[in-house]
Ligand binder design. Structure first.
Ligand code: GLY
Length: 386
């Protein structure tokens, strides 16, 4: 479709302009609709910028994007060597879209080794209690953060699945499978909605209960959490072939799509009261647009929900382009307006957020050009195990 091609061209031109503007720093969230807040390599969000650079390189073949992305990999090497703010599970987001992407795209051995070291680092978050789990945040034994898993972790698991395949070390796969299984069992509810986080007793692993951090309430469904579930379970299926993950991804996707407002872009929480001022989370819809493509690639051709999922995908992506993107506004640094990071904490409740930009670009490039992001190796053919 012409509009989608224009949207990609516009996005690639914007990323090119931003390479100079960001000057070696990392875009994080917008500043009230203005320029991106620039940060050092010390947050969970730093991988999305190199991920966008790699997508632009694959799309355009322009070496300037690859040169910039490789410099960023070097910054990630320093980060791992100095252990800079890595006491969280988002090591998977960080190193999948930087070092692992460089290995996938350019085949550089030192980038592969760095990504494998990052997988080892992520394994430091493994806690043995009650059969084992990956603790999301904070140090082991932490009173507030210990015992917590969160649904976002599903997108960290591809780093472990990939490391298992690369090294033959089963510990990576066992941890990833156990975490995906716990997430399916405790974070996804019977009606296909989801908790954001779930707490286990740190001593014995007994389940305590579901809570939220960024959602509207403990029992609500934070739309971005649901989106991580759609994409994350489809990826867990790709790596394991376990039908339960594919079914869960599909059920979560249908829950998501059937609760969208008229313009097909999600509010920030499915249980937030809707009034004219209710914030959207365009990033949740961008993640789902990328995740639906992974899901659709695995679903059988005669699956009765295919056409609903496909219509949901195209309606969402076209609405993001038409109503939420900055296409045609040369001043804007971000690609997608109206993302929400943390509404109750009043942190970027309605702004550019860099992961929204990344998934929007990934979804568009996969749809139009078959460029699929960096969650599994490019040689994992359609429907094949990664
Ligand atoms: N993974 C953090 C977030 O989605 O805000």
């Amino acid at each position: 479709m012409r509009m989608r091609k224009q949207a990609i061209e516009d996005a690639v031109a914007r990323v090119r302009r931003n390479m100079d503007a960001f000057g070696g720093k990392f875009p994080h969230v917008g500043s009230g609709g203005g320029p991106y807040e620039r940060i050092e390599n010390e947050d969970w969000t730093n991988g999305f910028w190199p991920g966008m650079l790699w997508l632009c390189y694959e799309y355009s073949g322009d070496g300037a994007f690859a040169d910039a992305a490789r410099k960023v990999t070097e910054s990630f090497r320093q980060r791992l060597e100095h252990n800079t703010v890595l006491d969280h599970h988002d090591i998977g987001f960080l190193y999948s879209l930087s070092a692992k992407a460089e290995w996938f795209v350019l085949g550089h051995e030192d980038a592969r080794e760095l990504a494998l070291r990052a997988a080892d680092k992520l394994m430091e978050r493994w806690r043995e209690a009650g059969g084992g789990y990956i603790q999301a945040w904070g140090p082991a034994g932490d009173e507030a953060q210990g015992g917590r898993i969160i649904i976002d972790c599903l997108l960290n698991l591809p780093l472990l699945f990939w490391a298992a395949n690369e090294t033959g070390e089963e510990r990576f796969r066992q941890a990833a499978v156990r975490q995906a299984e716990l997430t399916r069992r405790y974070l996804v509810r019977g009606d296909d909605s989801s908790y954001h986080t779930f707490i286990f007793n740190q001593e014995n692993g007994e389940p305590i209960g579901g809570t939220t951090h960024q959602g509207y309430s403990n029992g609500s469904t934070w739309t971005r959490g649901q989106a991580w579930g759609v994409y994350g379970f489809a990826l867990a299926y790709r790596y394991t072939g376990d039908q339960a993950y594919l079914d869960t991804s599909k059920r979560m996707a249908l829950y998501f799509l059937r609760r969208l407002p008229e313009d097909h872009v999600a509010y920030w929480d499915f249980h937030a009261p809707v009034c004219p001022d209710t914030y959207r989370d365009s990033s949740a819809s961008a993640i789902v647009a990328a995740g639906l493509q992974e899901l659709l690639e695995h679903l059988p051709a005669d699956d009765s929900d295919r056409s609903e999922l496909w219509s949901g995908l195209t309606a969402s992506i076209d609405s993001l382009i038409e109503r939420y993107s900055t296409m045609g506004d040369p001043e804007a640094e971000g690609l997608l307006r109206h993302g929400s990071y943390y509404v109750r904490g009043n942190i970027a409740p309605d702004d550019f957020i860099i992961w929204g930009d990344y998934y929007y670009l990934e979804a568009l490039m996969r749809l139009e050009r078959g460029i699929r992001g960096y969650w599994y190796p490019p040689q994992a053919d359609r429907g094949g195990r990664a």
